[in-house]
Design a binder for this molecule. Sequence first.
Ligand code: ATP
Length: 256
Amino acid sequence: MLKAQMLEVQNLSVSYREIIALSNISFSLSSGSLVGLIGANGAGKSTLLKAMLELIPAQSGQIFFDGQPLKKQRHKVAYLPQRSQIDWDYPVTVWNVVMMARTQHSGWFGKVSRQSKEIVRQALERVELYELRDRPIKNLSGGQQQRVFLARALAQQAEILLLDEPLTAVDKKTEALMWQIYSELKQEGKTLLISCHEWGSPLDRYDQLLLLNRQLVASGTPRQVLTNKNIQLAYGAPFAPTNQDSFDHTDELLFC
Ligand code: ATP
């Protein structure tokens, strides 16, 4: 059996000049879990993922993985940025995007090992894009492009995957494939933290939800988190015209 490792965020606060984006966020996630990060536009979801990676500075806070500072273990974290932050016109092939995940093993100017090539091949086959490996990324559909970046995260063989809205602009086939891969990664003992805008039954697939509104409004199972009280605190409106704190009603409304 795999030993559980904890990803712990303690008292994380982030400001952009006068804007307080995150205030005193603390939570812990155990390995082998699929965790959804939800909240309204501007709630701080992307900021949280970037701050965990130190892509933006934090005013305060510490992050540990397996009892050690995460900053000393950055190679264990794979990050899929929000779609809008990727330059899709950049002249690079599918193969080379995924191979970028291996540069930390070989270095930018190092020789690419046979093992790295095999890992990249397997990652591309897993997302069903090996046949398109020589194609420039700009010539792919939105769903295929997202799968390329998921393959890059797979090729990194990270322990923690931070994915920022990976299901944006994807087709049904990609969506199904991604959920299948998340489930496999979970079984492999990886920790997945996924920022998402989906509502309703897809949220029930997560083991844990973190509901943000600059502060951590709630953390727990979907049923524990998606109560009227929490939704009111996070979005300023209840999610159903009923007083029942029931997850079932989230199917009826779309918040973001
Ligand atoms: P969305 O769901 O729209 O992607 P989000 O929950 O990911 O939103 P963030 O993008 O993290 O939210 O933004 C949190 C807050 O910080 C917002 O008020 C946003 O306007 C602000 N913000 C984000 N990036 C910057 C920046 N580079 N400079 C200044 N303010 C920023």
